[in-house]
Design a protein around this ligand. Structure first.
Ligand code: MIC
Ligand code: SF4
Length: 642
């Protein structure tokens, strides 16, 4: 039987289990990446594992998120990451070198390799045919220590690409179309694999835009084949030797198939406040715009920036618009500076930001009250921009640039634009901001700022849990709701006690206080709880606040794993309608918790309402052990003690 691209890579890395959809497998990890907002925690956990040198082929730490330094906290975290990585055999990409996913694609990633990253957009690497997966920091720490990565073998979905994109229609529109078809939970437990004649017309950065935003589908990862286009890209990056061809077999079998006809696609936008609220740009054309932000790991490649520069050249940004542009990497920024495109952007009135995540993670550039903000990013969750009342639309760089000039949402196809950008035959290569690790660990002293606090540890599972419902939330709650991120909070990513004061406050301001007063309790939630970011803080803050279980209609993959890794029970209602009968402050009792966890079936009594619910714990045996021990680190420690 033929294999898909994803199956070929999994097969080559399989250490445990069988490649059967729904079964637990473990794969060997070749590369890892971290970024600074999840990295401090990941390295504290790595240190707790007591491994001296990383055991992967290459591990790298990027600094790209917490770049505003309005106090010593972020710089202290950078110094910690720089020294702890140097000590343990990990490469370090200095602040200013670029956004992790962009640099990984350009300089580090290898087709056919596995990559585990402590960031949900790690699947960007699928653009060069890597099996690149986002995970919590602890999973990445374990992989750095040589441990395999456990996952449920996903179903492989084939996206058959037909035809060729028309002028003014972009890779962003392709992934928005897939989001329109599949929604933000359509990718859960699936790998999205792109095939078909349309693939050959997409450049590597275009493919990477598409795999990047597969994260918004909730997919385990997304992948393109590694073909001649990949080879050309790697050659232009001076890395032809890293190329291997990986194509799907002709008789490969997929679990599901959808089709996108590139020739028929038109420019799309995702309306506020969800990436799957996708409509044609025609539907929102003419809406007045206050801010346009171009960049992020989705759309900040050289070609994206060149198209923007071409649109802006000789024009002026509209009076009512603030246009900010962040090129994705120093490579991109330098090339734009050298060929004059940067001057065209500046002359048009663009505000140039450093090569980093910036406004995408609310690190500055929050728009004005009630603003309409057009962003080439991947997430438009309410409040993520730092302005709760802002309306964020997700768009292609082409829509962003024409709208910045027109001052209203505009369709690039209405203009006679010159958008021809040749992929460079040679990119500008300069890796002098990637630091090599020390040869001997003993040479390096790890620097720890005062803001770095120990991470909370859970206790082993107790047999009877009687607690109150401390919050009840609806469907599609994101990790941005659970643990908000913005310029004020990101500096505290290594300080869980401080962060926990803000846990779930976008849903209910009183939640942290209630948790403290009642000594912990339960969270009740709807579908797709915990979608979005991989931030483990969305599990660590609840641990700190004494949350014992989350009872939901369904969970997003990374967050569910983060809960398990930290000893919180992720329980799903067998009857979704039971959710309706639970209210805030109801007293719930789990008797016989240990036996129930072993069986994967948990009976919960609602003492307040005299009702009984049946919930399932859909985790593997290994994860059950973790839950009983109170988390992965406790489990490893228990094993080591034995
Ligand atoms: C994001 O886009 O939400 C982030 C910030 O990159 C996160 C990581 C984090 O929360 O630190 C992600 O996507 O995993
Ligand atoms: Fe950074 Fe935004 Fe990409 Fe997250 S989505 S890695 S914050 S650019």
């Amino acid at each position: 039987m033929g294999l898909t691209v994803a199956e070929k890579i999994i097969k080559a890395h399989l250490v445990k289990g069988e490649m059967k959809t729904g079964k637990e497998i473990a794969i060997k990890i070749d590369q890892t990446l971290t970024q600074d907002s999840t990295g401090t925690m990941a390295y504290l956990q790595f240190e707790a594992l007591g491994v001296d040198r990383v055991k992967t082929k290459k591990s790298i730490a990027y600094i790209d998120h917490n770049m505003l330094q309005s106090g010593p906290e972020n710089a202290d975290d950078h110094a910690y990451i720089q020294t702890v990585t140097k000590k343990h055999g990990i490469y370090f990409s200095k602040p200013g070198n670029g956004i992790c996913h962009q640099v990984q694609l350009e300089r580090i990633g290898v087709p056919g390799y596995t990559l585990l990253g402590s960031d949900s957009h790690t699947p960007t690497g699928g653009g060069i045919g890597m099996l690149a997966i986002g995970a919590g920091g602890l999973d990445v720490a374990v992989a750095m220590g040589g441990g395999e990565y456990y996952l449920t073998m996903p179903e492989i979905v084939k996206v058959n690409l037909k035809g060729k994109l028309n002028k003014g229609v972009a890779a962003k529109d392709v992934i928005l179309e897939v989001l329109r078809q599949l929604t933000v939970k359509g990718g859960v437990n699936r790998i999205i694999e792109y095939t078909g004649e349309g693939v050959k017309y997409l450049t590597v950065p275009e493919r990477a835009t598409i795999t990047n935003m597969g994260a918004e589908l909730g997919a385990t990862t997304s992948v393109f084949p590694s073909d001649d286009t990949t080879k050309e890209f790697l050659k232009a990056q001076g890395r032809e030797d890293d190329f291997t061809e990986i194509l799907p077999d002709k008789d490969a079998i997929y679990g599901k198939e959808i089709e996108v006809n590139l020739s028929e696609l038109t420019p799309l936008v995702a309306k506020p406040h969800m990436p799957d609220k996708v409509v044609s740009v025609e539907e929102v054309k003419g809406i007045k715009v206050n801010q346009v932000a171009i960049g992020s790991c989705t759309n900040s490649s050289y070609a994206d920036m060149m198209k923007v520069a071409k649109i802006l050249k000789g024009k002026t940004v509209a009076e009512n618009v603030s246009l900010v542009i962040a090129p994705g990497s120093r490579q991109v920024l330098t090339m734009l500076a050298e060929n004059g495109a940067l001057a065209d952007m500046v002359a048009a009135g663009a505000r140039i930001l450093e090569s980093a995540c910036g406004p995408c993670i609310g690190m500055g550039q929050s728009p004005c009250t009630d603003a309409v903000s057009l962003r080439t990013f991947n997430r438009n969750f309410e409040g993520r921009s730092g302005t709760k009342s802002a309306n964020v639309y997700l768009v292609s760089p082409e829509i962003a640039a024409v709208s910045a000039i027109e001052g209203v949402i505009s369709n690039p196809c209405d203009f006679d634009l010159d958008l021809d950008v040749e992929m460079p035959k040679e990119f500008l290569i300069n890796d002098n901001m990637i630091m090599e690790p020390a040869e001997h660990s003993s040479e390096v002293e790890v620097v720890r700022g005062p803001n770095i606090k120990p991470f909370p540890k859970n206790d082993a599972l107790t047999d009877v849990i009687e607690k109150n419902v401390l919050i009840k939330v609806e469907d599609n709650i994101t990790t941005d709701h659970i643990m908000p991120s913005n310029a004020k909070l990101l500096p505290y990513r290594s300080n869980i006690p401080y962060l926990s004061e803000y846990c779930l406050t976008p849903c209910d301001e009183e939640f942290p206080k209630r948790c403290k007063e009642q000594g912990g309790g339960f969270i009740v939630a709807g579908e797709n709880y915990g979608q979005g970011s991989s931030r483990e803080h969305a599990a660590l803050a609840p641990v700190y606040l004494g949350i014992k279980a989350v009872m939901a209609k369904s969970f997003a993959r990374i967050h569910r794993d983060n809960l398990v890794n930290n000893g919180i029970l992720p329980l799903t209602f067998d009857n979704a309608s039971d959710y309706d009968t639970i209210d805030l402050n109801d007293i719930l009792v789990i008797d016989n918790a240990i036996e129930s966890v072993k069986e994967g079936k948990v009976t919960v009594c609602n003492k307040t309402k005299s009702l009984t619910y049946s919930l399932s714990l859909t985790v593997t045996d290994r994860q059950k052990d973790m839950l009983m021990a109170g988390g992965l680190l406790n489990m490893i420690r228990e094993k080591n003690n034995k």
